[in-house]
Design a binder for this molecule. Sequence first.
Ligand SMILES: Nc1ncnc2c1ncn2[C@@H]1O[C@H](COP(=O)(O)OP(=O)(O)OP(=O)(O)O)[C@@H](O)[C@H]1O
Ligand SMILES: [Mg+2]
Length: 475
Amino acid sequence: MLGDLVSGIAFAAHDRYRIKKSMVRDLSVLVMLIAERSNAALLFDDSNLARENLASLRVAPFITSASIYAEDGSVFASYTASSVAPEAFPPLERERLHRFEPNRLVVFEPMMFEGKRIGTVCVRAALIELEEAWRNYLISAILIILSAGFAAFILSYRLQQIVSEPIKNLAKTARLIAQQKDYSVRAATETEDETGVLVQSFNMMLQTIEAQNTELINSNRDLEQRVKERTLELQAAKERAETADKLKSFFLATMSHELRTPLNSIIGFTGIMLQGLVGPLSDEQKKQLNIVKTSAHHLLSLISDVLDISKIEAGQLTVAMEPFNLRESILKVVQSVRPLAEKKGLVLSVDGIDEVLPCTSDVRRVEQVLLNLLSNAVKFTEQGDIRVICAREAQRYAIIVADTGVGIAEEEQDDLFQPFHQVDTGLSRKYEGTGLGLSICKKLVVILGGSIWVKSDKGAGSTFGFTLPIEGIPK
Ligand SMILES: Nc1ncnc2c1ncn2[C@@H]1O[C@H](COP(=O)(O)OP(=O)(O)OP(=O)(O)O)[C@@H](O)[C@H]1O
Ligand SMILES: [Mg+2]
Protein backbone atom coordinates (compact mmCIF):
# COMPACT_ATOMS: atom_id res chain seq x y z
CA MET A 1 0.00 0.00 0.00
CA LEU A 2 2.75 2.43 1.01
CA GLY A 3 4.71 1.39 -2.07
CA ASP A 4 1.72 2.23 -4.27
CA LEU A 5 1.44 5.62 -2.65
CA VAL A 6 5.12 6.46 -3.09
CA SER A 7 5.23 5.37 -6.71
CA GLY A 8 1.96 7.29 -7.37
CA ILE A 9 3.45 10.46 -5.88
CA ALA A 10 6.67 10.04 -7.91
CA PHE A 11 4.70 9.48 -11.06
CA ALA A 12 2.49 12.53 -10.40
CA ALA A 13 5.53 14.71 -9.72
CA HIS A 14 7.16 13.59 -12.94
CA ASP A 15 4.00 14.26 -14.94
CA ARG A 16 3.57 17.66 -13.37
CA TYR A 17 7.12 18.51 -14.45
CA ARG A 18 6.38 17.26 -17.96
CA ILE A 19 3.13 19.26 -18.24
CA LYS A 20 4.89 22.39 -16.99
CA LYS A 21 7.57 21.97 -19.63
CA SER A 22 5.06 21.55 -22.44
CA MET A 23 3.05 24.54 -21.15
CA VAL A 24 6.17 26.70 -21.24
CA ARG A 25 6.95 25.47 -24.74
CA ASP A 26 3.42 26.04 -26.08
CA LEU A 27 3.03 29.45 -24.46
CA SER A 28 6.49 30.54 -25.65
CA VAL A 29 5.54 29.68 -29.26
CA LEU A 30 2.32 31.64 -28.89
CA VAL A 31 4.12 34.61 -27.38
CA MET A 32 6.73 34.53 -30.16
CA LEU A 33 3.95 34.58 -32.75
CA ILE A 34 2.27 37.56 -31.06
CA ALA A 35 5.62 39.33 -30.85
CA GLU A 36 6.27 38.65 -34.52
CA ARG A 37 2.82 39.86 -35.58
CA SER A 38 2.88 42.96 -33.42
CA ASN A 39 6.23 44.32 -34.61
CA ALA A 40 4.56 46.49 -37.26
CA ALA A 41 1.94 47.83 -34.83
CA LEU A 42 4.67 48.93 -32.45
CA LEU A 43 6.84 50.41 -35.21
CA PHE A 44 3.92 52.40 -36.58
CA ASP A 45 2.61 53.23 -33.16
CA ASP A 46 -0.70 51.54 -33.98
CA SER A 47 -1.98 50.49 -30.57
CA ASN A 48 -5.36 49.38 -32.01
CA LEU A 49 -3.64 46.85 -34.20
CA ALA A 50 -1.58 45.72 -31.29
CA ARG A 51 -4.73 45.31 -29.10
CA GLU A 52 -6.41 43.31 -31.87
CA ASN A 53 -3.42 41.04 -32.09
CA LEU A 54 -3.54 40.48 -28.38
CA ALA A 55 -7.32 39.97 -28.44
CA SER A 56 -6.83 37.02 -30.78
CA LEU A 57 -5.52 35.22 -27.71
CA ARG A 58 -9.08 34.79 -26.48
CA VAL A 59 -9.12 31.53 -28.48
CA ALA A 60 -6.81 30.14 -25.79
CA PRO A 61 -9.09 30.18 -22.74
CA PHE A 62 -6.23 29.54 -20.28
CA ILE A 63 -4.55 32.88 -21.15
CA THR A 64 -5.72 35.38 -18.56
CA SER A 65 -3.91 38.54 -19.73
CA ALA A 66 -1.28 39.79 -22.15
CA SER A 67 0.49 43.10 -22.72
CA ILE A 68 2.92 44.74 -25.08
CA TYR A 69 5.49 47.06 -23.50
CA ALA A 70 7.20 49.83 -25.37
CA GLU A 71 10.97 50.10 -24.98
CA ASP A 72 10.57 52.76 -22.30
CA GLY A 73 8.63 50.24 -20.17
CA SER A 74 5.16 51.76 -20.66
CA VAL A 75 2.26 49.44 -21.58
CA PHE A 76 1.57 49.96 -25.27
CA ALA A 77 -1.39 47.58 -25.59
CA SER A 78 -3.00 45.03 -23.33
CA TYR A 79 -5.58 42.27 -23.17
CA THR A 80 -7.44 40.75 -20.18
CA ALA A 81 -9.67 37.68 -20.57
CA SER A 82 -13.30 38.45 -19.91
CA SER A 83 -13.47 35.67 -17.33
CA VAL A 84 -10.94 37.30 -14.99
CA ALA A 85 -10.84 40.56 -13.10
CA PRO A 86 -8.36 43.13 -14.50
CA GLU A 87 -5.14 43.33 -12.55
CA ALA A 88 -1.90 45.27 -12.64
CA PHE A 89 0.68 44.30 -15.26
CA PRO A 90 3.94 42.94 -14.05
CA PRO A 91 7.07 45.12 -14.25
CA LEU A 92 8.85 44.83 -17.58
CA GLU A 93 11.50 42.13 -18.04
CA ARG A 94 13.68 42.87 -21.02
CA GLU A 95 15.12 39.39 -21.45
CA ARG A 96 13.29 36.30 -22.72
CA LEU A 97 12.10 34.47 -19.66
CA HIS A 98 9.29 32.46 -18.08
CA ARG A 99 8.37 32.00 -14.45
CA PHE A 100 5.77 30.11 -12.51
CA GLU A 101 3.81 32.11 -9.97
CA PRO A 102 1.42 30.46 -7.48
CA ASN A 103 -1.47 30.15 -9.92
CA ARG A 104 -0.05 31.10 -13.27
CA LEU A 105 2.74 31.02 -15.80
CA VAL A 106 4.26 34.33 -16.96
CA VAL A 107 6.28 34.51 -20.21
CA PHE A 108 8.24 37.54 -21.52
CA GLU A 109 9.41 37.66 -25.17
CA PRO A 110 11.45 40.54 -26.62
CA MET A 111 10.15 42.01 -29.94
CA MET A 112 13.01 42.36 -32.41
CA PHE A 113 13.26 44.34 -35.59
CA GLU A 114 16.41 44.24 -37.72
CA GLY A 115 18.37 42.90 -34.80
CA LYS A 116 17.17 45.61 -32.41
CA ARG A 117 14.76 45.22 -29.59
CA ILE A 118 11.76 47.48 -30.01
CA GLY A 119 9.49 46.21 -27.21
CA THR A 120 8.43 43.22 -25.13
CA VAL A 121 5.37 40.91 -25.07
CA CYS A 122 4.22 39.49 -21.79
CA VAL A 123 1.55 36.76 -21.49
CA ARG A 124 0.09 35.32 -18.32
CA ALA A 125 -1.65 31.93 -18.40
CA ALA A 126 -3.64 30.12 -15.72
CA LEU A 127 -2.38 26.68 -14.69
CA ILE A 128 -5.71 25.04 -15.46
CA GLU A 129 -4.17 22.07 -17.25
CA LEU A 130 -1.79 21.48 -14.43
CA GLU A 131 -4.47 21.68 -11.78
CA GLU A 132 -6.71 19.40 -13.77
CA ALA A 133 -3.93 16.85 -14.18
CA TRP A 134 -3.21 17.11 -10.48
CA ARG A 135 -6.86 16.60 -9.60
CA ASN A 136 -7.02 13.60 -11.91
CA TYR A 137 -3.98 12.15 -10.32
CA LEU A 138 -5.42 12.64 -6.89
CA ILE A 139 -8.64 10.91 -7.83
CA SER A 140 -6.81 8.05 -9.54
CA ALA A 141 -4.49 7.69 -6.55
CA ILE A 142 -7.42 7.49 -4.14
CA LEU A 143 -9.15 4.99 -6.40
CA ILE A 144 -5.98 2.90 -6.73
CA ILE A 145 -5.34 2.96 -2.97
CA LEU A 146 -8.93 2.02 -2.22
CA SER A 147 -9.01 -0.79 -4.74
CA ALA A 148 -5.53 -2.05 -3.66
CA GLY A 149 -6.68 -1.99 -0.02
CA PHE A 150 -9.80 -3.87 -0.90
CA ALA A 151 -7.83 -6.42 -2.92
CA ALA A 152 -5.35 -6.80 -0.03
CA PHE A 153 -8.21 -7.30 2.39
CA ILE A 154 -9.79 -9.99 0.21
CA LEU A 155 -6.40 -11.63 -0.28
CA SER A 156 -5.49 -11.60 3.41
CA TYR A 157 -8.94 -12.91 4.28
CA ARG A 158 -8.43 -15.80 1.92
CA LEU A 159 -4.85 -16.36 3.14
CA GLN A 160 -6.09 -16.31 6.71
CA GLN A 161 -8.47 -19.10 5.79
CA ILE A 162 -5.61 -21.06 4.28
CA VAL A 163 -2.65 -20.25 6.61
CA SER A 164 -3.84 -18.68 9.87
CA GLU A 165 -6.71 -21.05 10.61
CA PRO A 166 -4.59 -24.22 10.77
CA ILE A 167 -1.91 -22.38 12.79
CA LYS A 168 -4.57 -21.03 15.15
CA ASN A 169 -5.87 -24.56 15.54
CA LEU A 170 -2.35 -25.77 16.19
CA ALA A 171 -1.81 -23.12 18.90
CA LYS A 172 -5.15 -24.02 20.48
CA THR A 173 -4.19 -27.68 20.59
CA ALA A 174 -0.76 -26.85 22.07
CA ARG A 175 -2.40 -24.70 24.77
CA LEU A 176 -4.85 -27.48 25.58
CA ILE A 177 -2.03 -30.01 25.91
CA ALA A 178 -0.02 -27.65 28.10
CA GLN A 179 -3.01 -27.15 30.40
CA GLN A 180 -4.30 -30.72 30.61
CA LYS A 181 -1.03 -32.61 30.00
CA ASP A 182 -3.05 -34.88 27.75
CA TYR A 183 -0.79 -36.01 24.91
CA SER A 184 -3.47 -38.08 23.22
CA VAL A 185 -5.03 -34.92 21.71
CA ARG A 186 -4.25 -34.32 17.99
CA ALA A 187 -4.43 -31.15 15.89
CA ALA A 188 -6.84 -31.33 12.91
CA THR A 189 -5.54 -30.86 9.35
CA GLU A 190 -7.15 -31.11 5.93
CA THR A 191 -4.46 -29.67 3.70
CA GLU A 192 -1.31 -31.13 2.21
CA ASP A 193 0.57 -27.83 1.94
CA GLU A 194 3.32 -26.52 4.29
CA THR A 195 0.90 -25.84 7.14
CA GLY A 196 -0.54 -29.32 6.66
CA VAL A 197 2.99 -30.76 6.93
CA LEU A 198 3.58 -28.63 10.03
CA VAL A 199 0.43 -29.92 11.71
CA GLN A 200 1.28 -33.50 10.75
CA SER A 201 4.79 -33.12 12.21
CA PHE A 202 3.29 -31.68 15.37
CA ASN A 203 0.96 -34.66 15.62
CA MET A 204 3.85 -37.06 15.08
CA MET A 205 5.77 -35.30 17.83
CA LEU A 206 2.75 -35.69 20.13
CA GLN A 207 2.59 -39.36 19.26
CA THR A 208 6.26 -39.82 20.23
CA ILE A 209 5.77 -37.89 23.48
CA GLU A 210 2.67 -39.94 24.30
CA ALA A 211 4.55 -43.19 23.70
CA GLN A 212 7.49 -42.03 25.81
CA ASN A 213 5.12 -40.83 28.50
CA THR A 214 3.40 -44.17 28.67
CA GLU A 215 6.78 -45.88 28.84
CA LEU A 216 7.85 -43.51 31.61
CA ILE A 217 4.65 -44.08 33.59
CA ASN A 218 5.10 -47.83 33.25
CA SER A 219 8.74 -47.79 34.28
CA ASN A 220 7.85 -45.42 37.13
CA ARG A 221 5.22 -47.85 38.31
CA ASP A 222 7.79 -50.64 38.06
CA LEU A 223 10.29 -48.56 39.94
CA GLU A 224 7.78 -47.72 42.67
CA GLN A 225 6.99 -51.38 43.04
CA ARG A 226 10.67 -52.26 43.20
CA VAL A 227 11.35 -49.48 45.74
CA LYS A 228 8.43 -50.76 47.86
CA GLU A 229 9.80 -54.29 47.76
CA ARG A 230 13.32 -53.16 48.55
CA THR A 231 12.07 -50.92 51.38
CA LEU A 232 10.22 -53.85 52.89
CA GLU A 233 13.31 -56.02 52.57
CA LEU A 234 15.48 -53.30 54.06
CA GLN A 235 13.00 -52.71 56.87
CA ALA A 236 13.03 -56.41 57.68
CA ALA A 237 16.83 -56.50 57.51
CA LYS A 238 17.04 -53.42 59.71
CA GLU A 239 14.69 -54.93 62.25
CA ARG A 240 16.71 -58.16 62.21
CA ALA A 241 19.94 -56.21 62.64
CA GLU A 242 18.48 -54.14 65.47
CA THR A 243 17.21 -57.22 67.24
CA ALA A 244 20.56 -58.92 66.77
CA ASP A 245 22.33 -55.81 68.03
CA LYS A 246 20.11 -55.61 71.12
CA LEU A 247 20.63 -59.31 71.73
CA LYS A 248 24.38 -58.86 71.36
CA SER A 249 24.40 -55.94 73.79
CA PHE A 250 22.19 -57.88 76.20
CA PHE A 251 24.43 -60.93 75.90
CA LEU A 252 27.57 -58.87 76.43
CA ALA A 253 26.09 -57.00 79.39
CA THR A 254 25.10 -60.27 81.05
CA MET A 255 28.27 -62.10 80.15
CA SER A 256 30.54 -59.26 81.24
CA HIS A 257 28.79 -59.25 84.58
CA GLU A 258 29.16 -63.02 84.89
CA LEU A 259 32.84 -62.81 83.92
CA ARG A 260 33.68 -60.15 86.45
CA THR A 261 32.73 -62.25 89.47
CA PRO A 262 35.29 -65.07 88.88
CA LEU A 263 37.87 -62.52 87.72
CA ASN A 264 37.49 -60.56 90.96
CA SER A 265 38.08 -63.74 92.94
CA ILE A 266 41.22 -64.49 90.84
CA ILE A 267 42.50 -61.00 91.65
CA GLY A 268 41.53 -61.38 95.32
CA PHE A 269 43.15 -64.79 95.77
CA THR A 270 46.26 -63.75 93.84
CA GLY A 271 46.56 -60.80 96.24
CA ILE A 272 46.18 -63.11 99.24
CA MET A 273 48.87 -65.42 97.88
CA LEU A 274 51.20 -62.49 97.09
CA GLN A 275 50.81 -61.21 100.66
CA GLY A 276 52.10 -64.65 101.81
CA LEU A 277 48.91 -65.44 103.69
CA VAL A 278 48.90 -69.00 102.35
CA GLY A 279 52.53 -69.66 102.93
CA PRO A 280 55.90 -68.29 101.71
CA LEU A 281 56.50 -67.87 97.95
CA SER A 282 59.71 -68.09 96.00
CA ASP A 283 60.78 -65.06 93.87
CA GLU A 284 59.89 -66.89 90.69
CA GLN A 285 56.41 -67.74 92.08
CA LYS A 286 55.90 -64.08 93.09
CA LYS A 287 56.93 -62.94 89.61
CA GLN A 288 54.51 -65.36 87.94
CA LEU A 289 51.67 -64.42 90.33
CA ASN A 290 52.28 -60.71 89.63
CA ILE A 291 51.87 -61.42 85.91
CA VAL A 292 48.58 -63.22 86.71
CA LYS A 293 47.44 -60.24 88.79
CA THR A 294 48.34 -57.63 86.08
CA SER A 295 46.69 -59.69 83.37
CA ALA A 296 43.59 -60.19 85.51
CA HIS A 297 43.41 -56.42 86.16
CA HIS A 298 43.80 -55.77 82.48
CA LEU A 299 41.07 -58.25 81.66
CA LEU A 300 38.81 -56.69 84.29
CA SER A 301 39.21 -53.21 82.85
CA LEU A 302 38.56 -54.61 79.39
CA ILE A 303 35.40 -56.33 80.61
CA SER A 304 34.31 -53.07 82.32
CA ASP A 305 34.76 -51.20 79.04
CA VAL A 306 32.82 -53.82 77.10
CA LEU A 307 30.11 -53.71 79.74
CA ASP A 308 29.93 -49.91 79.52
CA ILE A 309 29.72 -49.88 75.73
CA SER A 310 27.07 -52.60 75.75
CA LYS A 311 25.01 -50.82 78.35
CA ILE A 312 25.22 -47.55 76.47
CA GLU A 313 24.27 -49.20 73.17
CA ALA A 314 21.44 -51.13 74.81
CA GLY A 315 20.22 -47.84 76.33
CA GLN A 316 20.67 -49.29 79.81
CA LEU A 317 23.31 -46.98 81.15
CA THR A 318 21.92 -44.80 83.90
CA VAL A 319 23.79 -41.92 85.46
CA ALA A 320 23.54 -40.91 89.11
CA MET A 321 23.48 -37.13 89.21
CA GLU A 322 24.50 -35.65 92.55
CA PRO A 323 26.45 -32.64 93.81
CA PHE A 324 30.13 -33.46 94.36
CA ASN A 325 33.46 -31.74 94.69
CA LEU A 326 34.87 -31.69 91.16
CA ARG A 327 38.12 -30.13 92.37
CA GLU A 328 38.79 -33.15 94.58
CA SER A 329 37.87 -35.59 91.81
CA ILE A 330 40.29 -33.96 89.37
CA LEU A 331 43.14 -33.99 91.89
CA LYS A 332 42.38 -37.61 92.80
CA VAL A 333 42.54 -38.79 89.16
CA VAL A 334 45.72 -36.77 88.54
CA GLN A 335 47.29 -38.35 91.61
CA SER A 336 46.37 -41.83 90.39
CA VAL A 337 48.29 -41.42 87.11
CA ARG A 338 51.19 -39.47 88.63
CA PRO A 339 53.31 -42.57 89.44
CA LEU A 340 53.01 -43.79 85.83
CA ALA A 341 53.86 -40.33 84.45
CA GLU A 342 56.84 -39.94 86.73
CA LYS A 343 58.05 -43.40 85.82
CA LYS A 344 58.22 -42.21 82.20
CA GLY A 345 59.91 -38.95 83.29
CA LEU A 346 56.91 -36.78 82.33
CA VAL A 347 55.97 -33.57 84.18
CA LEU A 348 52.30 -33.61 85.20
CA SER A 349 50.72 -30.25 86.17
CA VAL A 350 47.24 -28.85 86.89
CA ASP A 351 46.24 -25.26 85.96
CA GLY A 352 43.17 -23.31 87.01
CA ILE A 353 42.03 -25.74 89.67
CA ASP A 354 40.86 -22.73 91.73
CA GLU A 355 38.27 -22.04 89.02
CA VAL A 356 36.55 -25.29 89.90
CA LEU A 357 33.70 -25.29 92.43
CA PRO A 358 31.27 -28.05 93.39
CA CYS A 359 29.31 -29.45 90.52
CA THR A 360 26.29 -31.70 89.90
CA SER A 361 26.97 -34.74 87.75
CA ASP A 362 27.82 -38.46 87.95
CA VAL A 363 31.10 -38.36 89.84
CA ARG A 364 32.18 -41.91 88.88
CA ARG A 365 31.63 -41.28 85.17
CA VAL A 366 33.35 -37.87 85.25
CA GLU A 367 36.39 -39.46 86.89
CA GLN A 368 36.28 -42.31 84.33
CA VAL A 369 36.40 -39.83 81.42
CA LEU A 370 39.26 -37.83 82.91
CA LEU A 371 41.18 -41.00 83.80
CA ASN A 372 40.80 -42.25 80.22
CA LEU A 373 42.12 -39.00 78.76
CA LEU A 374 44.99 -38.82 81.23
CA SER A 375 45.91 -42.50 80.71
CA ASN A 376 46.01 -41.89 76.97
CA ALA A 377 48.18 -38.79 77.45
CA VAL A 378 50.64 -40.73 79.59
CA LYS A 379 50.50 -43.73 77.24
CA PHE A 380 51.16 -41.78 74.04
CA THR A 381 53.78 -39.33 75.39
CA GLU A 382 57.43 -40.31 75.62
CA GLN A 383 58.86 -37.03 76.87
CA GLY A 384 57.78 -33.53 77.82
CA ASP A 385 54.79 -32.73 79.98
CA ILE A 386 51.10 -33.30 80.48
CA ARG A 387 48.91 -30.42 81.58
CA VAL A 388 45.42 -30.54 82.99
CA ILE A 389 43.72 -27.17 82.49
CA CYS A 390 40.45 -26.31 84.20
CA ALA A 391 38.33 -23.40 83.05
CA ARG A 392 34.95 -22.14 84.05
CA GLU A 393 32.54 -20.75 81.47
CA ALA A 394 29.05 -19.34 82.09
CA GLN A 395 27.16 -22.54 82.88
CA ARG A 396 29.82 -25.18 82.43
CA TYR A 397 33.35 -26.33 83.14
CA ALA A 398 35.89 -27.17 80.50
CA ILE A 399 38.53 -29.72 81.46
CA ILE A 400 41.44 -30.03 79.07
CA VAL A 401 44.28 -32.55 78.92
CA ALA A 402 47.23 -31.42 76.78
CA ASP A 403 50.30 -33.54 76.11
CA THR A 404 53.51 -33.33 74.09
CA GLY A 405 53.21 -36.86 72.75
CA VAL A 406 53.02 -38.52 69.35
CA GLY A 407 50.01 -36.48 68.17
CA ILE A 408 47.31 -37.57 65.72
CA ALA A 409 47.16 -36.76 62.00
CA GLU A 410 44.12 -34.67 60.95
CA GLU A 411 42.60 -37.39 58.76
CA GLU A 412 42.60 -39.79 61.73
CA GLN A 413 40.78 -37.45 64.07
CA ASP A 414 37.26 -38.00 62.64
CA ASP A 415 37.16 -41.69 63.58
CA LEU A 416 38.93 -41.30 66.88
CA PHE A 417 35.75 -41.56 68.94
CA GLN A 418 34.52 -44.71 67.17
CA PRO A 419 34.70 -47.98 69.18
CA PHE A 420 37.82 -50.11 68.60
CA HIS A 421 39.46 -47.39 66.54
CA GLN A 422 43.19 -47.08 67.06
CA VAL A 423 45.51 -44.92 65.00
CA ASP A 424 47.41 -47.25 62.74
CA THR A 425 50.92 -45.86 62.96
CA GLY A 426 52.62 -49.12 63.64
CA LEU A 427 53.09 -47.62 67.07
CA SER A 428 49.67 -48.75 68.36
CA ARG A 429 50.99 -52.25 68.57
CA LYS A 430 53.55 -50.85 70.96
CA TYR A 431 50.82 -49.56 73.28
CA GLU A 432 48.30 -51.56 75.22
CA GLY A 433 44.61 -50.95 74.74
CA THR A 434 41.55 -52.01 72.78
CA GLY A 435 40.42 -48.69 71.36
CA LEU A 436 37.28 -48.43 73.49
CA GLY A 437 38.40 -45.63 75.86
CA LEU A 438 37.59 -42.58 73.72
CA SER A 439 34.31 -43.97 72.37
CA ILE A 440 33.12 -44.58 75.95
CA CYS A 441 34.33 -41.09 76.95
CA LYS A 442 32.35 -39.49 74.13
CA LYS A 443 29.15 -41.39 74.93
CA LEU A 444 29.45 -40.63 78.64
CA VAL A 445 30.15 -36.92 78.11
CA VAL A 446 27.12 -36.65 75.81
CA ILE A 447 24.92 -38.46 78.35
CA LEU A 448 26.16 -36.04 81.01
CA GLY A 449 25.12 -33.08 78.84
CA GLY A 450 28.56 -31.96 77.62
CA SER A 451 30.74 -32.33 74.55
CA ILE A 452 34.22 -33.65 73.78
CA TRP A 453 36.79 -32.57 71.22
CA VAL A 454 40.35 -33.08 70.09
CA LYS A 455 43.01 -30.79 68.61
CA SER A 456 46.20 -32.39 67.49
CA ASP A 457 49.02 -32.37 64.97
CA LYS A 458 51.02 -35.43 64.13
CA GLY A 459 54.25 -35.38 66.14
CA ALA A 460 53.28 -32.20 68.00
CA GLY A 461 51.19 -33.48 70.90
CA SER A 462 47.44 -33.68 71.44
CA THR A 463 44.85 -31.70 73.34
CA PHE A 464 41.63 -33.43 74.39
CA GLY A 465 38.92 -31.48 76.19
CA PHE A 466 35.40 -31.98 77.45
CA THR A 467 32.73 -29.80 79.00
CA LEU A 468 30.37 -30.48 81.89
CA PRO A 469 27.26 -28.51 82.79
CA ILE A 470 27.73 -27.10 86.30
CA GLU A 471 24.15 -27.74 87.29
CA GLY A 472 23.77 -31.24 85.90
CA ILE A 473 22.05 -32.27 82.66
CA PRO A 474 20.24 -29.22 81.21
CA LYS A 475 16.50 -29.81 80.79
N1 LIG B 1 46.79 -38.42 73.84
C1 LIG B 1 46.90 -39.13 72.72
N2 LIG B 1 47.98 -38.97 71.94
C2 LIG B 1 48.08 -39.67 70.78
N3 LIG B 1 47.16 -40.57 70.33
C3 LIG B 1 46.08 -40.77 71.11
C4 LIG B 1 45.87 -40.06 72.31
N4 LIG B 1 44.68 -40.47 72.84
C5 LIG B 1 44.18 -41.38 72.00
N5 LIG B 1 44.99 -41.57 70.94
C6 LIG B 1 44.80 -42.44 69.80
O1 LIG B 1 43.44 -42.77 69.77
C7 LIG B 1 43.26 -44.19 69.84
C8 LIG B 1 42.00 -44.49 70.57
O2 LIG B 1 42.13 -44.16 71.94
P1 LIG B 1 41.31 -44.97 72.98
O3 LIG B 1 41.55 -44.38 74.31
O4 LIG B 1 39.91 -45.03 72.48
O5 LIG B 1 41.92 -46.40 72.82
P2 LIG B 1 43.23 -47.03 73.48
O6 LIG B 1 43.82 -46.05 74.42
O7 LIG B 1 44.06 -47.48 72.34
O8 LIG B 1 42.62 -48.27 74.22
P3 LIG B 1 41.78 -48.26 75.57
O9 LIG B 1 41.61 -46.84 75.97
O10 LIG B 1 40.52 -48.91 75.21
O11 LIG B 1 42.60 -49.02 76.53
C9 LIG B 1 44.51 -44.68 70.48
O12 LIG B 1 44.78 -46.01 70.14
C10 LIG B 1 45.55 -43.74 69.93
O13 LIG B 1 45.98 -44.17 68.67
MG1 LIG C 1 42.69 -45.17 76.05
